[in-house]
Every structure is written in structure tokens, then in C-alpha cells.
Design a binder for this molecule. Structure first.
Ligand code: ASP
Ligand code: MG
Length: 412
């Protein structure tokens, strides 16, 4: 039997009624001739509640017990989904991560999947079970402790199962009907994409589009899993949702596929550092050691042997970055006159594999921002992305202007 993986996010299993609705979809795929692996999230809000319990109980909590607690939301939905399917006369049973066993690293709260043996589940399929309902987000460490894969991790569970079982497709049911050219909440011209390339999705996911966990897209790209994002609230046709697939299968010809934004970005400038070999290493080494995720970097032109160094990092890491820089200064490793941080910034990015073959994409972006009188503070580019840091108050305007400038409301 061909295998299909269907993943239901928290909103799709938020009530017993919704679980029933999801189960009906699963039943339809069984009727279509598939053996189905269903991956479930916890009911929406449940994981947040469990995280809250842990934090209230223990300030510097033991991550192993955190995982024991927060993984439990998925156990509930897995059992309920299996029961619901049984009520519909579909042979189904639930599996917790350790029963598969889905083996992960020991990095509690952000574990990585190491292995998914297929024998146990396949043996049950062989005995006539039609649906394996697996609790997402969780696994077991080599030490035999329960682990979790990081927030949003059931997407990754789903893709990993699809890869391990050679599933025909991995359908991710969520509360939006696909991947959009930008966030429809801030741009009413946002358009649903029929297809998007893995690499574009990877950039969009890591730039803050929260449809899929970034790691799940990485895995799908590596193992060439056909990934579909669909709404569990709409009737489905074959063309529904967004297919995340290989570049060759994307037919759109737009240079830019989407516009992403992130408010969680701050700009830090070291004023007047010496401009000589080794200075960048002396700055970014200690930042890395302090666990600061530096994103964009600009070094200004130097005057009389000194220059300004600007970088961006998540807003909640500014204090840590400043501490690391002041410590390095005290140790005499670097020298700067002042450290200025600006947390009223946002990052806006355009993403598209078409950039590789279209010239002038960045220029068009800068022109569109200029037309709105938006000042650019920092720029970074990659092969398929251009990001700018701007004042946060212009973020929505910038997203809308870029969406218009690249005519993303029209299919390419
Ligand atoms: N329930 C977990 C979370 O809220 C995992 C998931 O739903 O993907 O992060
Ligand atoms: Mg999710």
C-alpha cells in the first residue's frame, strides 16, 4: 500500500469536533487506498499552558522534566484521534515517540531526530491496521529520556516520517490555506502560492513566516519529500494548498516569490573601532561565544584607521551582546568609543530563486523603498534573498510597497 503522511496542527485538533473532522479526512484517504501515518500536535494553546506550568514551578528548570511535561499534550490528541478513527470503523492505534521508537539526540527542548525505525509500524500495517497515529514533537534520547524537538516541531516529525517511510506525500493541515506571497494580515493583496521551491520556503520560514518549522523544510529538501500545506477548514481539491517542491517543479516566473518581515531584530553599532586585521574576529568571536545570533553585518569605510561596525541580532540578545563587547574591551581585545543599540528596527526581505537569473532585483527593491521615503539602515544579500533593516514604524508600508513593486498579486 502507498503511504501518506497527514499532519494536523493544534487548531485542527483543538476540539473533539475538529478531531472528528480531521479523522474524516483521514478516513477518506484510507478509502482512496492509502496506509496513513497521522502526526498530531497538541490541542491549540495546550503546549503554552504546559510550558507555563513548568516555568511557574521551577525557574531554572531541569530540561528533561520540561520535556516530560510539554510533550504530554500530543499524547492526548494521539489517543483521541485513534479512538475517533476506531469509532468510524477505521483500524487505528496511537504511538508515542518512544514506542516507535523515534530516537533523537539528548538536546532537550531542541532535540534532533536521529532515527525512525519502520519495523514496528510496518508490522502493524501488515496486520491490517490502516492508520498509525503518532504523537508529534516528541522522541526518546539514547539515555531513554523523553525529548522534544523545539516549538513547532510536529512539522518536523511529519516530514521525518514521510522520509523514513517513503511516503507519497506529506500533507500539513493547518489554519491557513497555504503559503502566501506575504502576510495577508498586513497586505491585503497577498496571494496564495500554488507552488514554492524548498529553498524559497526555507528562507521564508527562517525569516519569520511561521507556516512551517524551518527544520522541517530543511529535511524535506534533503530527502525530497513532497510537502503540501493545506487548510483543515476547507474542502480540498487536488490543487488546494501550496506544494513545497523542487525548483524544477515551480512554474512561476516571478523573480521574487515572497516578502517576509521580522520585528524581532535590533541594530548594534560599535563606534570607532580600529580598522586593522583581526578586528572582526575579535568582535564576532566573543559574540558567538556569548550565544548571540548575529544576522546582518556592515563595516563602514574607515577614516584615519578607525571605522564603525554595525550588526543586527535578535532584540532579546542585545544586552548579552553589549556585555560581551564590554568584557572584550576590558580585556583589551577590542577598543571602541561607544556602543549604540537601536531596537526600533525591523527587517524586511524579498525572496525568490528567480533572482539568480533576473538582474536589477535589488535596485528595484531600493527604488520602491525610496519612493516611500523609507531609509535603509543595513542591507544584506544572498543568492536568493535581499534583506534590509529599516525603522520599525515603516515595516508594514515597506512590505506593501515591495509587494506592489514586484507585482506579487499577479501570478508570474
Ligand atoms: N505542540 C508543539 C508546539 O506548540 C509542537 C507543534 O505543535 O508543532 O510547539
Ligand atoms: Mg505549527
Amino acid at each position: 500500500m502507498p503511504i501518506l503522511v497527514m499532519k494536523f496542527g493544534g487548531t485542527s485538533v483543538a476540539t473533539l469536533d475538529r478531531i472528528r473532522r480531521a479523522a474524516k479526512r483521514v478516513g477518506r484517504e484510507v478509502a482512496n487506498g492509502y496506509d496513513v501515518i497521522v502526526i498530531v500536535s497538541a490541542m491549540s494553546g495546550e503546549t503554552n499552558k504546559l510550558v507555563g506550568y513548568v516555568e511557574e514551578t521551577s525557574h531554572l528548570y531541569d530540561a528533561r522534566e520540561y520535556d516530560a511535561v510539554v510533550s504530554s499534550g500530543e499524547n492526548v490528541t494521539a489517543g483521541l484521534m485513534a479512538l475517533t478513527l476506531q469509532e468510524m470503523d477505521v483500524p487505528a492505534r496511537s504511538w508515542q515517540g518512544w514506542q516507535v521508537p523515534l530516537v533523537t539526540t539528548s538536546a532537550h527542548a531542541s532535540a534532533r531526530i536521529e532515527e525512525i525505525p519502520t519495523t514496528n509500524i510496518n508490522a502493524k500495517f501488515g496486520e491490517g491496521m490502516k492508520v498509525a497515529v503518532v504523537a508529534g514533537f516528541q522522541g526518546i534520547s539514547p539515555e531513554g529520556r523523553i525529548t522534544t524537538l523545539g516549538r513547532g516541531g510536529s512539522d518536523t516529525t511529519a516530514v521525518a516520517f514521510a522520509a523514513a517511510f517513503g511516503a507519497e506525500r506529506c500533507d500539513i493541515y493547518t489554519d491557513v490555506d497555504g503559503v502566501y506571497t506575504t502576510d495577508p494580515r498586513i497586505c491585503d493583496k497577498a496571494r496564495k502560492l500554488d507552488r514554492i521551491a524548498f529553498e524559497e520556503m526555507l528562507e521564508l520560514a527562517s525569516l519569520g513566516a511561521k507556516v512551517l518549522q524551518t527544520r522541517s523544510v530543511e529535511l524535506a529538501m534533503k530527502y525530497k519529500v513532497r510537502l503540501r500545506v493545506l487548510s483543515s477548514f476547507e474542502e480540498q481539491t487536488d490543487e488546494a494548498g501550496t506544494l513545497v517542491c523542487d525548483e524544477e517543479d515551480v512554474m512561476e516566473a516571478n523573480a521574487v516569490a515572497g516578502v517576509a518581515y521580522s520585528k524581532d531584530e535590533a541594530k548594534v553599532t560599535l563606534v570607532s573601532v580600529a580598522d586593522r586585521p583581526g578586528v572582526s574576529a575579535a568582535i564576532f568571536g566573543p559574540l558567538a561565544e556569548a550565544g548571540v545570533n548575529v544576522d546582518m553585518i556592515v563595516q563602514n569605510i574607515s577614516e584615519e584607521g578607525r571605522t564603525d561596525m554595525t550588526f543586527s541580532c535578535p532584540t532579546n540578545q542585545v544586552a548579552r551582546a553589549a556585555q560581551a563587547m564590554n568584557d572584550a574591551k576590558d580585556r583589551g581585545e577590542i577598543n571602541f568609543h561607544d556602543l549604540i543599540s537601536d531596537t526600533n528596527v525591523a527587517k524586511v526581505s524579498i525572496v525568490g530563486i528567480g533572482m539568480r537569473s533576473h538582474a536589477g532585483v535589488a535596485a528595484r527593491m531600493f527604488q520602491a523603498l525610496r519612493d516611500e521615503n523609507i531609509n535603509i539602515k543595513v542591507i544584506t544579500t544572498s543568492e536568493i534573498k535581499v534583506s534590509v533593516l529599516i525603522d520599525r514604524k515603516y515595516m508594514e508600508l515597506a512590505v506593501q510597497a515591495l509587494h506592489d513593486a514586484f507585482e506579487l498579486d499577479k501570478a508570474g
